[in-house]
Design a protein around this ligand. Structure first.
Ligand code: UDP
Length: 238
């Protein structure tokens, strides 16, 4: 088997990854495709933890725009990540992947509570661990949850698998001359206010020297290529 660059990864997926046309809701076929992708990475003998967002169902900002209390709107977002996590767990188990969901907000009838040591133990046993309910706190995002959990479980990289294939200075769909970056320092990314990751998450990664790779989720073998050490997407590091 090829040499692995990363043996334990934290994969950050936006809620949109589960959505069908229009970016809303859960499309079971899409979830199945996503599960197949994750299974292929796991089959390289990589330990895989996943943090999932909820933009396909609810974001705190939607409620705020309509005058909702921020914390309430954010808790709704965190609960929505649990719905996504269960959909992904089901799809993974249907194709034979042993999977555990852990939630940052306790709901024992539905999933295990997040317990760091137990999450690590699951990973060591080859289980895919889906970490849901963000950080458990309002005013944060699931990107920040991904950075936090990656550090806690000693992941070697945070892979932000998204709908763009790299970080650009301008929107490449609108500007054909947009510059594509293969590497950015944390400070560059913070100063550029890159859209792919918020500043809280970036700062946390910078302070703890956790590399981030931004890659196209739906690109051919994109996540496998990252763990095998191919230079694809954008590496954000020191
Ligand atoms: N959220 C939160 N605290 C967290 C993580 C998430 O309050 O630690 C809420 C927040 O309202 C956010 C929503 O959950 O808008 C969904 O998460 P996010 O927007 O990060 O999802 P994504 O964009 O990755 O799909």
């Amino acid at each position: 088997m090829s040499q692995l660059k990363y043996k334990r990864i934290l994969l950050k997926l936006s809620g949109e990854a589960l959505a069908g046309e229009g970016g809303y809701g859960i499309d079971p076929e899409r979830v199945h495709e996503l599960a197949q992708k994750i299974k292929r990475v796991r089959h390289l003998d990589v330990q895989v933890a996943v943090v999932i967002g909820a933009g396909n169902i609810w974001r705190g900002q939607i409620g705020m725009r309509h005058g909702m209390d921020r914390a309430t709107a954010d808790y709704m977002g965190m609960l929505a990540t649990v719905i996504n996590a269960l959909a992904l767990q089901d799809a993974l188990e249907q194709i034979g992947c042993d999977t555990r969901v852990q939630t940052a907000i306790e709901m024992k009838a539905v999933a295990e509570p997040y317990i760091r040591r137990r999450a690590i133990r699951h990973l060591e046993k080859g289980r895919i661990v889906i970490l849901a309910a963000g950080t458990g706190n309002p005013y944060f995002t699931t990107d920040t949850a991904a950075a936090l959990r990656a550090m806690e479980i000693d992941a070697e990289v945070l892979i932000k698998a998204t709908k763009v294939d790299a970080v650009y200075d301008l929107d490449p769909k609108v500007n054909p001359n947009a510059r594509r970056y293969e590497h950015l320092t944390y400070l560059d990314a913070l100063n550029m206010r890159v859209g792919v990751m918020d500043s809280t998450a970036l700062s946390l990664c910078m302070d703890n020297d956790l590399p981030i790779v931004v890659v196209d989720l739906w690109g051919e073998s994109s996540i496998e290529r990252v763990v095998l050490g191919d230079d694809i997407g954008t590496l954000i590091s020191s």
